[in-house]
Design a protein around this ligand. Structure first.
Ligand SMILES: Cc1cc2nc3c(=O)[nH]c(=O)nc-3n(C[C@H](O)[C@H](O)[C@H](O)COP(=O)(O)OP(=O)(O)OC[C@H]3O[C@@H](n4cnc5c(N)ncnc54)[C@H](O)[C@@H]3O)c2cc1C
Length: 347
């Protein structure tokens, strides 16, 4: 039996950077904060705040400050002093530098909206409302934004011990691999940080299996080539020196299509998968299938929208290169474009 159900205009699921941006922009658009329900198990800035704090960012300090300053609803002008403000705006930084101010912003927003600690396990449509069920609450909302993030994608090599990306991205969290050959799959920003950590830690040997040449972001006045897939900042510098320069002694890089693939893989004892992410969705959303979304505007269904790393916008640059756009500042720019549409596409 269902207890008393609270009703809202908007339900935001997830309190990572995307959920925070959505709340800020809705309030700035004049939506009554009291009519917004915000659900997250922890309210600790999602994966960025809980898993990636010690990871080097791939965007500049300036873009993090732009994100914090763009929404009057964040009240960031009144924030206490954060170290982020002292850093070189053009440089990258550890993600903890943005996670700390975001914790503060989360607190500000929670004072304005109704927040619920819990995980939405069921999402269904009933009488022109979306019903959101957690283990404690049943909420109804006219519109819902899924800002639920994404899980690390994995490959199936059951004979190898897996080191999670979360551990591999932070050298101090790595297990002892001094006697092991470690396979690293992928050639993204994350894969390169993992390789650097493993070599410095050090692992006995690292074999990087990849499918394509590395990409570097190229900065122009008003746009960036390979903005979402290219290496940037300190990681790009390290890669230029060590991967495109002289290979470190204990590193081998091979194409996953290499005829020697199986032989080389059989030399490995552990593996790190840095091959992308898959969106997280509430487990019971039977009416909506796999929660696929329109990649241009985030619409999942009437009154149901996706935002953030789990529902990235597909973008095309001026040379026709297509990428999925992910990043804190990009969530803000995207919201400016799609919110007017989302606000007219109720259930
Ligand atoms: C290693 C790494 C480094 C990155 N570096 C940068 C960078 O330097 N700069 C940049 O701009 N971007 C960066 N990104 C990209 C992106 O900005 C981050 O991934 C960001 O954390 C995505 O935010 P999000 O809100 O979409 O997801 P998340 O941060 O994962 O937040 C999702 C939240 O939703 C909650 N949730 C999930 N399911 C439910 C449910 N059913 N009910 C209730 N709550 C739920 C989760 O618990 C979590 O709190 C990086 C990404 C990765 C993986």
């Amino acid at each position: 039996m269902r207890g008393k159900m609270e009703r809202f205009q908007w339900g935001i699921i997830g309190a990572g950077p995307a959920g925070i941006a959505a709340i800020g922009k809705l309030i700035d658009q004049g939506v009554d904060a009291g009519s917004i329900a915000w659900v997250d198990p922890d309210f600790q800035v999602g994966d960025l705040g809980q898993k990636w704090r010690a990871v080097s960012s791939n965007t500049s300090v300036k873009l993090f400050l732009d994100y914090l300053n763009i929404c009057p609803a964040f009240n960031f002008a009144k924030a206490p002093h954060f170290r982020l403000k002292d850093l070189d705006p053009e440089k990258t930084c550890l993600l903890q530098e943005i996670a700390d101010p975001l914790i503060w912003v989360t607190g500000q927003l929670r004072e304005k909206v109704r927040s619920f600690e819990g995980e939405v396990s069921l999402l269904e449509m009933e009488n022109r409302e979306w019903i959101l069920k957690t283990d404690k609450e049943v909420l109804a909302a006219k519109n819902v934004i899924l800002a639920t993030g994404a899980e690390q994608r994995k490959l199936e090599y059951p004979n190898l011990k897996e080191i999670s990306l979360e551990k591999a991205l932070v050298a101090e969290k790595l297990p002892d691999v001094s006697e092991e050959t470690v396979a690293v799959f992928g050639s993204s920003h994350s894969a390169m940080i993992v390789i650097k950590n493993l070599l410095e830690y050090p692992a006995k040997k690292v074999i990087n299996f990849h499918r394509s040449p590395l990409k570097f972001a190229v900065f122009f006045e008003d746009w960036v080539l390979f903005d979402n897939t290219g290496l940037k900042g300190e990681t790009a510098e390290w890669v230029r020196k060590h991967i495109h320069g002289k290979y470190p002694e204990h590193l081998n890089r091979v194409l996953a299509s290499d005829p020697e693939f199986s032989t080389l893989l059989s030399q490995c004892q552990s593996v790190v998968y840095a091959v992308g992410f898959e969106r997280r969705v509430p487990p019971k959303a039977y009416q909506i299938g796999h929660l696929t979304y329109n990649e241009s505007n985030g619409i999942v269904a009437p009154g149901l929208f996706g935002l953030g790393i789990g529902f990235p916008q597909k973008v095309e640059d001026r040379f026709g290169n297509v990428e999925y756009s992910v990043g804190l500042w990009k969530f803000m720019v995207y919201l400016d474009a799609v919110l007017p549409l989302w606000m007219r596409y109720a259930i």
